[in-house]
Design a protein around this ligand. Structure first.
Ligand code: NDP
Length: 312
């Protein structure tokens, strides 16, 4: 009996996955049928899901063995009371992780090297001020999960002095790791750049508030490719206005798309990128989905199982 896999996401996603996913499942040795419409929800074995598909009631899928999110962030689904099936978030070591490492290292290097000064310099200006070496620059990465650990490792490999913070204690080569509520101040201590790669949960909401922004060295840079609510927007704007924070490069926002009248758009010390730090790329994500389903079918360990109590 072939597996029935319900694909519940936007039309655009379906167009990208409708051939790739069946091919990947076949390559993983699975006999499966991928469909957008389940005649009988009880016969669905797995649900590939993105919130943009509009599904909100998982109760009829009584036989579903797991819901596999196309997104790494699961804050929109994790609290859904009808979702009783295991939930997997997207872990794609190629497309998603490499994309995030490139965005983070690129934007850290922009600020570290002071690239804007040269890109925007008036013709004839000849300021030979040299930036410090990376080994003399402290960068903090909040969140040392799949993406945060990869970014922290990449920054450490460029010789930045990297600290990191997670809930449980982690070990990342070249990174001074801190954990738990008591470890946050130590992780942030002296950080001239702070990269936010935490999930959105009740515990992380508003984490970068007035007090934490004030504790950073004057002129520190905030980079947020995690989720908008990690930052108290009003506190960040005040810190930018006072010069306490030198620049914020923001990819994610409390409301997306970022409303046209939001002060972030016009602030001279804010760079907005439109939630493009990384993205789920179908060519690499489809084999990851197939691999997860194959593992779930055989009871092998899987990456990305969400702990509903933790919220990520
Ligand atoms: P993971 O679940 O692998 O990692 C989350 C990390 O955050 C873990 O290290 C975890 O600690 C830590 N954490 C969670 N809650 C707390 C807390 N209360 N205190 C301290 N540390 C905490 O997620 P990923 O690395 O895969 O993704 C991170 C986030 O990046 C996603 O949730 C998503 O919001 C965002 N994202 C953004 C994208 C974009 O394009 N802008 C693309 C993809 C993801 P521990 O290790 O102990 O569990």
């Amino acid at each position: 009996m072939p597996l029935t896999i319900l694909f519940s996401a936007r039309d655009d996603d379906w167009h990208e996955y409708r051939d790739l996913l069946p091919d990947a499942l076949a390559r993983a040795g699975l006999e499966a049928r991928v469909t957008r419409q389940a005649e009988d929800p009880a016969t669905v074995d797995y649900i590939v899901y993105a919130p943009s598909g509009g599904m909100s009631d998982f109760a009829p899928f009584t036989g579903a063995k797991a819901v596999l999110s196309l997104w790494a962030g699961v804050e929109k689904i994790v609290g859904n009371p009808t979702l009783t099936q295991p939930l997997m978030r997207m872990v794609d070591p190629v497309g998603l992780t490499e994309g995030m490492v490139e965005w983070v290292t690129g934007h850290v290097l922009r600020h570290h090297l002071g690239m804007d000064a040269h890109i925007l310099a008036a013709p004839g200006s000849w300021d030979q001020t040299c930036p410090p070496l990376a080994r003399d620059r402290r960068v903090c990465v909040l969140g040392l999960g799949v993406l945060g650990a990869a970014c922290a490792k990449a920054l450490a490999s460029l010789n930045f002095r990297v600290s990191g913070w997670s809930r449980g204690q982690r070990t990342v080569p070249g990174v001074t790791c801190h954990s738990g509520p008591d470890g946050l101040a130590a992780a942030l201590d002296g950080a001239e750049m702070v990269v936010l790669l935490l999930p959105q949960t009740p515990q992380t909401d508003g984490l970068m508030n007035t007090a934490r922004l004030a504790a950073l060295p004057r002129g520190a840079v905030i980079l947020n490719p995690g989720r908008g609510p990690l930052i108290d927007d009003a506190a960040l704007l005040a810190a930018l206005d006072s010069g306490q924070i030198g620049h914020a490069t923001l990819d994610v926002f409390r409301t997306e798309p970022l409303p046209a009248d939001h002060p972030f758009w016009s602030h001279p010390h804010v760079t907005v990128t439109p939630h493009v730090a990384s993205t789920t790329r179908p060519t690499t994500a489809a084999p990851c989905l197939a691999d997860s389903i194959a593992r779930l079918e055989t009871g092998a360990p899987v990456d990305g199982l969400v702990d509903r109590a933790r919220g990520y």
